[in-house]
Design a binder for this molecule. Sequence first.
Ligand code: FES
Length: 98
Amino acid sequence: MCFAVVPAICMREGFMDKIKVKICTGGRCFMQGGSDLLTYNEFLDESLVAKCDFEECNCLGECKKAEKSGLEPPFAVVNGKVHDDMTPQKLYRVIMEQ
Ligand code: FES
């Protein structure tokens, strides 16, 4: 009986729909503006923050490919998709598109 109840509660509370946001705190990203992304509590409203699972992570390896890919740090991953040149405004926009 518990197995039937728990998923229903999770669905109602939205636990299964959380947007996964990984913010790179590796050296290059951090120095190129990634540190601003860590203040998401200041530039995202409370309800939006509640819809997301934020995670700080070490270098994603994207900066090493940047020369060939043309992508620029700082990097963040939102629901598995890598986004470059991330700013607080861009992070807000990407989260809103999910
Ligand atoms: S430091 Fe962020 S991808 Fe390498």
